[in-house]
Design a binder for this molecule. Structure first.
Ligand code: BEZ
Ligand code: FE
Length: 303
């Protein structure tokens, strides 16, 4: 036996966790050491608590293998799994204390794409002529002193009125219902779109099997996604939900917090702030207050 190996010989259940921690003890990066150490401690405690059988362990590993195999350039099953287990929301809430100073964050979701088209303020992000109720979105980006932030990048994406993102739907043009804007001197932005519908998260993969086994519906309430990036500020990832949306109180990915519910105000044709409209339409105003910090650029989960 080579010297130093005897410390890794397992004698009983109780010895395993300590042996693994010792094997990882030379990790130089202190944060990596902390995170993986806690993962081993809690992961082992979980296995002991449920007394996982060999068959269940194999099933679990096969589930994760299938999660990986279900991913491709336009679908990210790993993100979806973290979402339906409430992990993405927990991380968001942990890192965005729900205080009054700045806006709380929301999960990014699996449909964020980089390279959305840049539009002038007031432009429409709709690139097709599919029917849908018009929605006029306006908003303001502020710092924690309530001062407007000019030139903030506001990236927006949404599902269509039939509840599909452009990359899920061969009938929609590339980058339909996606775009980015830069705020004006008053920190304001505005654009036109069509009201999104709520939609089921993809259920063709192992995450769908999991939801069915748990008798859970797969729906998200109608919403718009935003990423707001400004110099000197922490990047804000947000979603704004329609206050009248179905599934508002049973989002399959637990993404709804009170401050993320927006007032989708309905106006009859010929009335309200856009009286030139000949069909009923909606208006929505959003207010994003950014914390001080260093901006980051979220990695798109799909291409
Ligand atoms: C979304 O809002 O795009 C989303 C978030 C989590 C899972 C699926 C979709
Ligand atoms: Fe979404």
């Amino acid at each position: 036996m080579e010297s130093g190996q005897s410390g890794s010989i397992v004698s009983d259940v109780a010895s395993v966790t300590g042996i693994v921690l010792a094997a990882m003890s030379k990790t130089e990066d202190p944060r990596l050491k902390e995170i993986l150490g806690a993962l081993v401690v809690h992961g082992h405690a979980f296995l002991k608590q449920v007394k996982l059988t060999d068959e269940e362990f194999e099933q679990g590993l096969d589930f994760l293998r299938r999660v990986g195999l279900t991913c491709n350039d336009s679908h990210n099953e790993v993100v979806l799994l973290a979402d339906v287990l409430g992990m993405s929301t927990l991380v968001k809430v942990l890192n965005n204390s729900m205080n009054d100073e700045h806006s709380g964050g929301a999960l990014l979701g699996p449909f964020f794409r980089g390279g959305s088209p840049h539009y002038a303020l007031g432009a429409s992000i709709v690139q097709d002529d599919a029917p849908g109720a018009p929605i006029f979105v306006s908003g303001q980006v502020l710092d924690i002193r309530q001062q407007p932030i000019p030139n903030a990048k506001v990236d927006v994406w949404q599902a269509s009125p039939v509840g599909l993102y452009e990359n899920q739907d061969p009938d929609q043009p590339e980058m339909n219902l996606r775009g980015h804007f830069f705020t004006d001197a008053r920190g304001e932005f505005r654009f036109r779109s069509v009201r999104p519908a709520g939609y089921p998260v993809p259920t063709h993969g192992p995450v769908g099997d999991l939801l069915r086994a748990q008798h859970r519906h797969p729906y998200r309430p109608a919403h718009l996604h935003f990423v707001v990036i400004a110099e000197g500020c922490t990047t804000l990832i947000s979603q704004i939900f329609a206050d009248d949306a179905e599934y508002l109180d049973s989002d399959v990915v637990f993404g709804v917090t009170r401050d993320l519910v927006g007032k989708f105000e309905r106006h009859e044709a010929g009335t309200g702030p856009r009286a030139e409209q000949t069909v009923p339409y909606y208006t929505l105003h959003c207010r994003f207050v950014l914390a001080e910090g260093v901006p980051t650029h979220p990695t798109p989960p799909i291409k």
